[in-house]
Design a protein around this ligand. Structure first.
Ligand SMILES: [Zn+2]
Length: 317
């Protein structure tokens, strides 16, 4: 199997090229590369970890097409479809090729001898992270989620890694950046291993529109400029707020989900955000806001199973 490093070594300066990385014996992954004629930072931009989060997938194609290799320093690696089967088969959240249909973004660092998704995570960590200076992982609200535009950066990492990620986030045209303690995702594991990284959420409900794709392209442009890959200024988005506290709520049982707050809503401590009822209308769970805040995202499905992620809300600071 060809290592990513071997592909990258072959790439000539001032070129744009498309490759297939044989990342596992049974899996090829497209990687598109733009390399400038001067040395510089290496940025990876990934989409399609979740196959039905379309804004980033559409944006990656346009970002690659719009770049001129003569005008950049360093290199940009585009991964338009990390989980291609999830995209083509329209499967929300999971990797359909995985034996246990796992969610790739919950299993990092993966395993050398695990299921397909676990081995993929392991290989990404082993071969991609060492090659790059920054990872921007593009997501959005899945088919059954509504979503406020958000950025996530990792909290429990080295100060340098956290500062680089947070500084770039703070220049993006996104209203909120969230400090996250998660460590098992593609971007959060990269940060843990010393590569600054962000997760960007734009769009909702497995839909996308031109306006959202343009907003995503603006965020990509910020990352490219901030890293000195593309020339141009960046400035802090004065309207962006940072949230240090997020509450994640899960279903305690199967049932009918009656949601009472949607993404972007401001809520007060004590507000009822939703209820799960049985088929016979017996109240099974009531979700009450523990503090004043904003709903980041929520489950839009009417039927939910135990442990379904119902919603997340956080404090505005
Ligand atoms: Zn996602």
């Amino acid at each position: 199997m060809r290592k990513l490093q071997e592909i990258l070594e072959k790439i000539k300066p001032q070129t744009k090229s498309k490759w297939e990385w044989q990342i596992l014996p049974e899996l090829k992954m497209p990687v598109w590369v733009v390399k400038g004629n001067q040395s510089g930072k290496v940025l990876a931009i990934s989409a399609g970890v979740h196959g039905c989060e379309y804004v980033g997938i559409a944006a990656v194609k346009r970002a690659f097409e719009s770049l001129d290799a003569d005008k950049i320093s360093g290199m940009i690696l585009f991964f338009p479809l990390i989980n291609a089967a999830g995209f083509y088969q329209g499967k929300k959240q999971i990797m359909p090729l995985d034996e246990e249909r796992k969610n790739l973004n919950r299993i990092f660092p993966g395993k050398r001898d695990g299921t397909l998704a676990e081995r993929l995570a392991h290989r990404l960590e082993e071969q991609l992270y060492p090659e790059i200076d920054f990872l921007l992982d593009l997501h959005g609200g899945d088919i059954d989620e509504d979503m406020q535009d958000l950025l996530f950066f990792s909290e429990n990492v080295s100060k340098t890694v956290r500062d680089v990620a947070e500084n770039i986030a703070s220049c993006m045209p996104i209203p909120y950046r969230l400090c996250s303690q998660a460590e098992n995702g593609f971007y959060s594991r990269a940060a843990k291993m010393g590569t600054p990284a962000l997760l960007l959420e734009i769009g909702s409900g497995g839909k996308f529109c031109d306006e959202e794709v343009i907003r995503c392209l603006e965020c990509i442009e910020v990352a490219q400029r901030a890293l000195g890959i593309v020339q141009g200024e960046v400035s802090v988005n004065q309207e962006q707020k940072c949230s240090q506290r997020t509450e994640y709520v899960f279903a305690a049982s199967d049932g009918f989900w009656h949601r009472m707050a949607k993404a972007g809503d401001r809520v007060k401590k004590g507000d009822v955000l939703g209820e799960i009822k049985s088929l016979e209308d017996v109240l099974l769970q009531r979700v009450i806001a523990k503090f004043d805040g904003v709903v980041w995202y929520g489950q839009t499905g009417f039927g939910v199973s135990s442990q379904t992620h119902l919603l997340a809300y956080g404090a505005e600071e």
